[in-house]
Design a binder for this molecule. Structure first.
Ligand SMILES: Cc1cc2nc3c(=O)[nH]c(=O)nc-3n(C[C@H](O)[C@H](O)[C@H](O)COP(=O)(O)OP(=O)(O)OC[C@H]3O[C@@H](n4cnc5c(N)ncnc54)[C@H](O)[C@@H]3O)c2cc1C
Length: 427
């Protein structure tokens, strides 16, 4: 008999949210989470910027993010510290960029998306940045734009990812869930329903299903195996001929301390939010982002480069000094001269697990195997909804109930009957 009802491989945010929701729904389920790292959330979850926003055009994106954010907010209101900071998001645009988005923004507003427009004068006043970068000498080479308008989204900010991981892990353990860390799953075991002891079975005419995992020389049996291994999924799934529909791409974050007065003034810019800091700010082009980290009196800076950045799985990706020096720095300091001569004091790199087709998570089941992944760079802000949908699939339900009561058809994130709305607000 299988020892576990469910074995979840991967204690990242998606594996843990799934584990938590399975136990929450039916505490008598015997659930094991295994991870090769020494503790929970040490894969790409630990590399995250922890930003969230409830502002998307796509109904799919909006439902997943908004319901998760509402859940995290409710937890905080009930006394669980998740380190949520409502900094808001501020997108900066040149007039023509904004004009192209205007119709979609109207529709987003109709759908309940909240935002406020800020004119150039106010941006200059509050941030003291260079709104005329598009007219500078380097503008043509670096494709810089002017800043004419800002789009401020209040229902957005950052969350302490470690605290969120701890919450799901702690509650899962409290409900009797089991974890094994520092243990790599080597293989997913596929066996015939009826064993005939033939060499090399199962054969194609036998009913076969996933029945457990191999860890070294040991086999752990489970009725269902859930693969939530993020960018590493293909290492397990290729061997049994199942596609994970996600590709790894490196992403880097650089931390610049607000040491000088000019950077401090930028960090503690007033008039945007209750936190008394600059919002998470996205430059017009190239869309470098600047995240305030009041706790460290610093900025986290990053950019999601696409073309010419290989899809390449790396166990321990490293930040590239030149990526900051020759990539980010000249652009950043052209728009925000406060960063002139400032160097990062820390940096790291991780990988997005990107669904290259529609950029949305993938959750499907095949012969007792459930795959949960392809969070595509927004797994933290959508984790709760993804966990609920994976749990609904595990229990064989057609619909998941997201936090707040809205229903979500499970197959809409699957493969056969996939239905996701395109994101028009691509920024
Ligand atoms: C630089 C960066 C910035 C980001 N910023 C944001 C952000 O601001 N907001 C946001 O919402 N998202 C952000 N993301 C994305 C977010 O971090 C991911 O979507 C999310 O963490 C994915 O979670 P996961 O559980 O799928 O993967 P992971 O956290 O990678 O978890 C997979 C786990 O599986 C384990 N594993 C793999 N193979 C095996 C095996 N064979 N046996 C045992 N264990 C195994 C790994 O050790 C790992 O712990 C960012 C990502 C990066 C890299």
């Amino acid at each position: 008999l299988p020892k576990y009802d469910a074995i979840i491989i991967g204690a990242g945010i998606l594996g843990l949210a799934t584990a938590y929701h399975i136990k929450r729904e039916k505490p008598n389920q015997k659930v094991l989470v295994i991870d090769k790292k020494p503790a929970a959330g040490q894969g790409n979850t630990a590399k995250s910027g922890g930003m969230f926003r409830s502002f998307f055009y796509s109904k799919t994106n909006f439902k997943l993010a908004n319901s998760s954010i509402e859940f995290y907010k409710r937890l905080e209101e009930s006394g669980v510290d998740l380190g949520m900071r409502w900094t808001g998001y501020l997108w900066l645009f040149q007039e023509d960029q904004y004009k192209r988005l205007e119709a979609d923004l109207k529709e987003m507003e109709r759908r309940g998306g909240e935002f406020k427009l800020i004119d150039r004068r106010e941006i200059e006043e509050k941030l003291n940045i260079n709104t005329k970068a598009g007219e500078s000498e380097e503008a043509e080479i670096m494709n810089l734009k002017n800043i004419d308008i800002g789009l401020l989204v209040p229902k957005a900010g950052k969350i302490d990812v470690e605290k969120l991981v701890s919450y799901y892990e702690r509650e899962f353990l409290r409900m009797g869930g089991e974890v094994i860390y520092g243990t790599e799953v080597d293989e997913i075991i596929v066996e015939p329903e009826i064993k005939l002891e033939l060499p090399g079975e199962p054969y194609f005419w036998q009913e076969a299903k996933v029945s457990g995992v191999r860890v070294g020389s040991k086999i752990i049996r489970g009725k269902k195996i859930i693969v939530a291994t993020g960018v590493w999924a293909d290492q397990l799934l290729d061997g049994i001929g199942v596609d994970s529909y996600q590709k790894p791409k490196k992403r880097q974050i650089f931390v610049v301390k607000a040491e000088e007065e000019k950077l401090k003034r930028l960090l503690y810019a007033e008039g945007f939010n209750r936190e008394g800091c600059i919002p998470f700010t996205i430059l017009p082009y190239p869309r470098i982002y600047v995240k305030p980290s009041i706790e460290e009196e610093a900025f986290w800076i990053g950019y999601a480069d696409d073309f010419n950045r290989p899809f390449q799985l790396e166990e321990d990706p490293q930040p590239e000094e030149n990526y900051y020096r020759y990539g980010i720095y000249p652009v950043l300091s052209a728009y925000m001269p406060q960063f002139k001569d400032a160097n990062p004091i820390n940096a790291w790199a991780g990988q997005y697990a990107i669904n290259t087709f529609d950029g949305q998570p993938v959750i499907f089941e095949e012969r007792n195997l459930i795959v949960v992944g392809a969070a595509s760079g927004s797994g933290i802000m959508k984790a709760d909804a993804i966990g609920r949908i994976a749990s609904a699939l595990y229990f064989g339900r057609e619909k998941a109930e997201l936090y707040g009561g809205e229903e979500f058809k499970v197959e809409h994130l699957g493969i056969k009957n996939r239905y996701v709305e395109r994101e028009e607000f691509v920024i």
